[in-house]
Write a protein that binds this ligand. Structure first.
Ligand SMILES: [Zn+2]
Length: 299
């Protein structure tokens, strides 16, 4: 059970969101900064996302009437404007996902701010929009990112794991809605095989890899929660996997009591429930700690 389920719009039993992180080939350029530009195999593996998988995914969404969220690094927005145009034409949301997929914990606050704002600039220039949602590359949010989100008036983050359902982050710069992620609904563990960035996982079959996600959905449906997948077009948008996703979607949509929405709509709904104070939405206060929890040893 979930102690404080959020009442979803129109009496829906369960909220659902497929989110795609469109990392494309940013991963090889950030991990192999010297020669990533000349490693053609991982570049091609990443390019499959915006060029082959995105049109396939968007066609499914169009046919089924779904509007969903794509988190895209700023560099990928600049590099793949046609894919961005197709996403926006379908009525979907594009969220902030760093500039070149840099890990926030590997940069100081000033450098982090530089890349964060360069990504914002890419959003504004190419899509003509200011994003309201953020997901940290590799989920590695730290306090300087949280401060940037409140400074730039974001509504929500989707990188943290403190609950099953959305909750409120009470931060020094103001409140944010957290739409929580989890490795159990991320396609990296079952499907990524990427030696260059240190992943050598056995690739699962489409049915066993995706089966774990459907079990997660069943639990959320029963508990009136939020099922959200964190997928990558170059992994779950591949032919055999997406074929199974399509079939699953067709079955789930027949139930008529699940609410599929982009995260900006889910976050706005939670914000409204929280503001009305009729039902308590859980609040987590940040920062969790002011400094290292183990004091320095005596000199
Ligand atoms: Zn990513």
């Amino acid at each position: 059970m979930i102690k404080n389920p959020i009442p979803w719009p129109n009496g829906a039993r369960c909220a659902c969101a497929i989110t795609f992180d469109v990392d494309a080939d940013s991963l090889i350029h950030i991990s192999k900064q010297k020669d990533g530009f000349d490693r053609l195999y991982p570049i091609s593996m990443g390019r499959y996302g915006p060029t082959v998988a995105i049109p396939r995914i968007l066609e499914t969404y169009r046919r089924l009437g779904l509007k969903q969220t794509f988190f895209v690094p700023g560099w990928c927005i600049e590099q793949y404007p046609d894919a961005m145009e197709a996403i926006l034409n379908g009525g979907h949301e594009i969220g902030h996902h760093g500039y070149l997929h840099e890990d926030p914990t590997e940069h100081g606050a000033a450098e982090q701010e530089h890349w964060f704002e360069r990504a914002l600039d890419a959003h504004r220039r190419v899509t003509g929009r200011q994003p309201t949602g953020y997901r940290a590359p590799v989920y590695n949010v730290n306090q300087s990112v949280i401060d940037l989100l409140t400074k730039h008036e974001f509504t929500y983050d989707s990188s943290l794991m403190a609950d099953d359902i959305p909750y409120v982050l009470d931060t020094p710069g103001g409140e944010l809605i957290e739409v929580p992620v989890h490795w159990g609904t991320d396609d990296w563990p079952p499907f990524a095989h990427y030696d260059e960035i240190g992943y050598l996982m056995p690739v699962r079959s489409p049915s066993s890899g995706l089966g774990a996600f459907w079990e997660e959905f069943d639990a959320h449906y029963e508990a009136r929660g939020l099922w959200m997948s964190i997928w990558h077009p170059f992994l779950t948008g591949r032919l055999a996997r997406w074929r199974l996703v399509e079939k699953w979607l067709e079955g789930v949509l027949e139930r008529d009591d699940v609410w599929f929405a982009p995260l900006c709509e889910i976050a706005a709904h939670v914000q409204k429930v929280h503001a009305a104070k009729a039902l308590p939405v859980r609040v987590e206060r940040l920062p969790y700690y002011d400094g290292p929890v183990r004091p320095a040893p005596p000199a």
